[in-house]
Design a protein around this ligand. Structure first.
Ligand SMILES: C[S@@+](CC[C@H](N)C(=O)[O-])C[C@H]1O[C@@H](n2cnc3c(N)ncnc32)[C@H](O)[C@@H]1O
Length: 367
C-alpha cells in the first residue's frame, strides 16, 4: 500500500491530520518517506543547495570555523558537527579548507547528525579520503557532551515541520489535511477555541493577537524549529562553542503560506505525491533565535547569505579561482551570482549564529 493510500485510510478512519503531521509523514515515513527512501540532491535531483552550487560556499564556511575556533582559544577536543549533511558536499568542502590548520584537524571530533539511511551512505562515500573520519548520530542529543561545539546546518530548519493557522471571520482555525468528496487528500480547517494560545515554545498555536489580519491570512508555527534552536542554545551555553544556521526564511515575524513541494526542480502541489517530492517551509529565524536566547545562547544579527559570503571574501575567492582556471571564469561568475545575487539566493537565504555568551564569532559577535 502506497503512502498516499495509507494516509487516505488513516484519515478516513481517524479524521484529518495537521499540516505538521502530514509533513513529517511525507519526509520520514520509515517505508515511503522522502528522506527514508529517495532523497535526490543536486542538478539531476529534486533540488540544488548552496554547497552544490559551488565549492566556494563550504570553503568560506570552513575558514569562518577555523577563525572561530582560534577565537575560542583553540580547544581540544572540539566537536565539529554538521546537522543534515545531505550528500556530504558541504562538510567535504569545509574539511578541505581545514587542511590549512592541521592543529584544528588534530583537535576536531567529527559528527554527522543524519536521519536518512541513503544519505548516510552518500556521506560515507563522499568522505572516504577526508582528513577526518566521521561518526553518525540520529539526533544532536546523541552527540557526546563535554566539549565545545562547532555546528553547521544548511537547509535543515526548512525540513522541520510547521503547523499552519488561518485567520477566519470568527477567529483562528488550524489548516488540516483531510479528504474531499472523491476521497482525495484536501486541505480543510479546524476551528480553534478563542482561548487557544501558546503556553510553551514546544506547542504550536496561532498569534495571540490576530484582530487586524485579513480573513484567509496564514501564519505558521514550528515548535520543531524552535526546539532545535533551544537545544543548540543549551548546548553552547553549557559546553561552549557556536552554531551557524543557514536557510531560506523570514527575518521578522510575519504571515504567509510557505509550504512548498519540489520534484525535479519544479514546484508540485504539496498534497499531490506524498513521499515522492521534497517538502519545505521557511525557517522562522526570529523564533529560532528567541528559543536559543531563552536557553542561554548569545544570538547576533540575522545576515543575508549574500552579505555573509561577501564579508568572508567570496568575490576575491572567485577571482583567484578564475585566475587559476580562465576557462572556468564564466561558470564561476554564474556561481557567484547564484549564491549572492539579490534575485537568487543572496537575499532570501539568511545566516544566523547561536554562541556561548563568552564568544565573539566573526561577523556575529562584534558590535
Ligand atoms: C535539504 S537537505 C540539505 C543537505 C545539506 N545540508 C546541503 O546543504 O546540501 C536536508 C538535510 O536535513 C536532513 N534532515 C531532514 N529532516 C531532519 C530532521 N528531522 N532532523 C535532522 N536532519 C534532518 C536530511 O536528511 C538532509 O540531510
Amino acid at each position: 500500500m502506497s503512502l498516499l493510500d495509507r494516509l487516505r485510510a488513516q484519515i478516513a478512519q481517524d479524521g484529518p491530520i495537521s499540516v505538521a503531521e502530514y509533513f513529517t509523514r511525507c519526509l520520514h515515513d520509515p517505508r515511503d518517506g522522502y528522506y527514508a527512501n529517495r532523497p535526490a540532491l543536486g542538478e539531476g535531483g529534486d533540488f540544488l543547495t548552496a554547497p552544490g552550487v559551488s565549492q566556494m560556499f563550504g570553503e568560506l564556511i570552513g575558514l569562518w570555523l577555523l577563525e572561530t575556533w582560534t577565537r575560542m582559544g583553540s580547544p581540544s577536543p572540539v566537536r565539529l558537527v554538521e546537522v543534515g549533511p545531505g550528500d556530504g558536499t558541504l562538510i567535504s568542502d569545509i574539511l578541505r579548507a581545514a587542511r590549512l590548520l592541521p592543529e584544528f584537524l588534530a583537535a576536531a571530533d567529527l559528527w554527522l547528525v543524519e536521519v536518512s539511511p541513503p544519505l548516510r551512505r552518500a556521506q560515507a562515500a563522499r568522505l572516504v579520503d577526508a582528513p577526518l573520519t566521521p561518526r553518525w548520530a540520529d539526533r544532536l542529543e546523541a552527540v557526546p557532551a563535554g566539549a565545545p561545539l562547532l555546528l553547521v546546518a544548511n537547509e535543515v530548519l526548512d525540513c522541520l515541520p510547521a503547523h499552519q493557522f488561518v485567520r477566519t471571520q470568527t477567529g483562528w482555525a488550524e489548516r488540516m489535511v483531510g479528504l474531499d468528496e472523491k476521497g482525495d487528500l484536501a486541505f480543510g480547517l479546524k476551528a480553534l477555541a478563542p482561548s487557544s494560545k501558546r503556553s510553551l515554545s514546544s506547542e504550536a498555536a496561532p498569534p495571540s493577537r490576530g484582530e487586524g489580519l485579513e480573513p484567509g491570512t496564514v501564519v505558521e508555527s514550528s515548535p520543531a524549529q524552535a526546539a532545535l534552536g533551544s537545544e543548540i542554545g543549551h548546548r553552547v551555553a553549557r559546553d561552549g562553542g557556536t552554531a551557524l544556521l543557514i536557510d531560506y526564511g523570514r527575518d521578522t515575524a510575519g504571515a504567509g503560506d510557505t509550504l512548498q513541494a519540489l520534484k525535479a526542480h519544479t514546484k508540485v502541489p504539496p498534497l499531490a505525491e506524498p513521499g515522492q517530492a521534497d517538502l519545505t517551509v521557511w525557517a522562522d529565524f526570529p523564533a529560532v533565535l528567541a528559543a536559543g536566547a531563552e536557553a542561554g545562547a548569545m544570538t547576533g544579527p540575522i545576515l543575508t547569505q549574500g552579505a555573509f559570503l561577501q564579508a568572508l571574501g567570496i568575490e576575491a575567492r572567485a577571482q583567484a579561482l578564475a585566475a587559476a582556471r580562465p576557462d572556468q571564469a564564466e561558470k564561476l561568475a554564474r556561481q557567484l551570482d547564484r549564491l549572492t545575487g539579490p534575485a537568487q539566493m543572496g537575499e532570501l537565504f539568511k545566516v544566523v549564529c547561536l554562541s556561548a555568551p563568552s564568544l565573539s564569532p566573526p561577523l556575529f559577535g562584534e558590535s
